[in-house]
Design a binder for this molecule. Sequence first.
Ligand code: BES
Ligand code: MN
Ligand code: ZN
Length: 498
Amino acid sequence: MEFKAITDPKARHGSACAVVGVYENGDLGIGARHVEAQIGGVLSKLHASGDFSGKLGDTLVLPHLRGGAAARVLLVGLGARARFGRKPYRKALQAAAAALAKTGAADAVLYLALEEVEEVDLLHRARAIAEVFSSHFYRIPDLKSAAAPKPPALDLVSVAADDARGAKAVADGLRFGQAIASGMALTRDLGNLPPNVCTPTYLGNRAQRLAKEWPSIKTKVLDHAAIKALKMGAFLAVTQGSEQPPRLIVCEYRGGRKNSAPICLVGKGITFDAGGISLKDPPGMDEMKFDMGGAAAVLGALRAVAELALPINVVAIVPTCENMPSGKAVKPADIVTTLSGQTVEILNTDAEGRLILCDAITYSRRFKPAAVVDVATLTGACIIALGNHFSGLMSNDEGLAHELETAGVRADDRAWRLPVGEEYADQLKSNFADFANVGGREGGACTAASFLWKFAKDLKWAHLDVAGTAWLSGAQKGSTGRPVPLLVDFLIKRAHAA
Ligand code: BES
Ligand code: MN
Ligand code: ZN
């Protein structure tokens, strides 16, 4: 789908659909004024008859119009004008995308970015359009034998602005939104692929391809021998029960000054988490193919950064392997030496994410990073704490935590701060090693983060637990692409502050 910013009314002539907002009580949005002449008194009649009241998310297509700029007008309910903020705006966009997809319109002019939205400027209003529309048209990689349903006709979305200055903001916003959406699509594809396809080897190859597609990215993929030579004892323990060889993927994007310290993004890449010897219960185990959601998100974010050519340095680090039971698998009570030299007693082999991440965080030190952000589907406990709405956010640095939290707000991809540190780390006591990999049921998301915290001393570090947000279950089962929007927003801000 292509997006463009327009101002010249002539450019809109002959469009297949004009999309305009209507507030509650038939109160016309700014955009609706542009088509007032065409739809004339229809709107007040619709309101009087109760057929369209402008309730948030309601839509109505007025087809077969004559004598105007568009062949159809799509009315989109915006709800109460006084409450038109970030969330209702998104909801209206989602409704508009869904309604447009059902029409045969191949192109549309959107007037929705013209509406005032509390705390959201024009650039971000346009960015949301590209994100929401692209996401709505995302399709899961097709592995069904029946012919795929015909995709919607829509392939050009023009977003109207008032003047040239507005058009510049809209164009920038659309560019950001498209890059975020492309990054999310990559993340979602990787998550949705079955685990017999999306193996550690596959992820490594995909990362190599990313470097071919974007010359600003350099990818290095380390195999088992190289990981062993590095002495990543915790990572090696997790992979040892699997027939699939592990990979350590390192993608460097250099868009900033040569000597400016990079941001390291570390993503958990468990391509299937059976739990190992501490085997999981069968129900829902299929969803553990999504346990590489963190890896997929950091690769997706890097793709977006490259597409936007952001003036910043970013390194994505992905430890990836399976967590399987076998005669060779790591056992409860085994003790391993991590890359940092600290020893860990593995009491539960299902707490494997922290084991591969601790070595990857230690590895990130060689880049002398300005900050390290790890992204992981780390704990079921985080889902209990926050549900599917917020990612968990833990950090040893107030400034970094604040940056990520506000990025999540701007990107509509929110994270909620949770505690981390000594109190929770104390729960990881072991009689036999420096510490254990589990700390009991209480505060499970916080003890997991505090395990990582022990490896992040003297780094500016943050952890995003995306166990509840990286994918949806049930009828909607599938990868969400989160937290790509949060990460990219954070990096855009960092790049432009630098
Ligand atoms: N990948 C899981 C976390 C998870 C579970 C994410 C369910 C989403 C849904 C992780 O590796 C895991 O198994 N964590 C354990 C930790 C426990 C053994 C301390 C958990 O959360 O149960
Ligand atoms: Mn696990
Ligand atoms: Zn896991």
